[in-house]
Design a protein around this ligand. Structure first.
Ligand SMILES: [Zn+2]
Length: 107
């Protein structure tokens, strides 16, 4: 899910990435979908796209939540070397994943 899949999908299909991404289903998150015109909603809104193959029902805002969670690191990483920044972000994203998996047990 991405806020502007209607722009992203044609871009991907015009690049060598199209082979690697041929089985990807492009969806626009629920919150952002209503900001697009009807043909976009019809093609990319999770309500209209067949997502029975593993996507489940989601508001699609998990990327935004991840960015929000990582944003607390900006002041700290602003002046670090790129290699340190990558390492720090990788560890925090790994921790984020562990927390999300642990949260799944609650449901
Ligand atoms: Zn659109």
């Amino acid at each position: 899910m991405y806020d502007v899949c209607c722009k992203f999908e044609p871009y991907v299909k015009a690049t060598p990435l199209r082979e690697m991404m041929q089985n990807v289903k492009y969806l626009i998150s629920v919150f952002h979908a209503y900001g697009h015109d009807y043909p976009c909603q019809e093609r990319y809104h999770p309500k209209f796209v067949d997502i029975t193959n593993g996507a489940g029902y989601s508001d699609g805002e998990w990327v935004e939540r991840t960015w929000s969670w990582l944003s607390k690191l900006v002041p700290m990483l602003k002046y670090t070397k790129p290699s340190t920044r990558k390492l720090f972000l990788a560890r925090h994203i790994s921790e984020w994943n562990k927390q999300r998996i642990a949260d799944l047990r609650k449901y």
